[in-house]
Design a binder for this molecule. Structure first.
Ligand SMILES: Nc1nc2c(ncn2[C@@H]2O[C@H](COP(=O)(O)OP(=O)(O)OP(=O)(O)O)[C@@H](O)[C@H]2O)c(=O)[nH]1
Ligand SMILES: [Mg+2]
Length: 175
């Protein structure tokens, strides 16, 4: 759902160049992004957000340590859809306790709804207990990305879900 963001993320953390924006098309299937430094290794599964592709998402839930959900802040007409799609994601039992980062993207555009307004519109806190952070920013200028991902890394580090997933991987490794 966020290839532009993923490319920016790579350019921030890996200090290289991301793909130019005009080389990024709608995601069909899966893009994988890897970021690794001395302390953490992150693997991002970037999934297409088009309605017809959303049935694929749940194939990845079981092994996901956390969720990054990207919303287009400049597209008010799609907020309702974005909210209900996210609610469905969060109801899925395979994602229990997975920390959630909601990234309100495209804040660089004049048409973007402010962080406060979007947060009020989505009011996600009310229906879920998991670690949750809402960050507004832009995949173009990079604002908010480090803040959000640093938070996510910290949450994953202390999450029971991370522990459980690690234990499972260790068990498989021994077989
Ligand atoms: N102004 C602006 N445009 C952006 C930003 N992020 C992405 N875009 C543009 O928005 C369009 C969609 O970006 P994508 O990265 O393909 O969006 P996506 O969420 O991955 O779309 P799907 O793969 O269909 O789920 C592209 O034209 C991007 O260049 C941003 O932060 N600011
Ligand atoms: Mg995409």
């Amino acid at each position: 759902m966020y290839e532009t963001l993923l490319e920016k993320l790579k350019s921030i953390y890996l200090k290289g160049e991301g793909l130019p924006h005009d080389r990024i098309g709608p995601t069909v299937g899966l893009n994988i992004g890897r970021i690794e430094d001395a302390n953490v290794k992150l693997v991002f599964w970037d999934l297409g957000g088009q309605p017809g592709l959303r049935t694929i998402w749940e194939k990845y839930y079981d092994e996901a340590h956390a969720i990054v959900y990207v919303i287009d802040s400049a597209s008010a007409s799609t907020f309702e859809d974005a909210k209900s799609a996210l609610e469905k994601v969060l109801r899925h039992e395979d994602l229990q306790e997975a920390p959630l980062l909601v990234f309100a993207n495209k804040q660089d555009l004049p048409a973007a709804v402010t962080e406060e307004e979007l947060d009020r519109h989505l009011h996600l806190k009310e229906f879920d207990e998991r670690p949750y952070m809402f960050v507004a920013g832009s995949a173009y200028d990079g604002t908010g990305i480090k803040l959000g991902i640093d938070w996510l890394v910290e949450e994953m580090g202390k999450s029971r879900r991370t522990e459980a997933l690690r234990a499972r991987t260790d068990t498989y490794a021994k077989i």
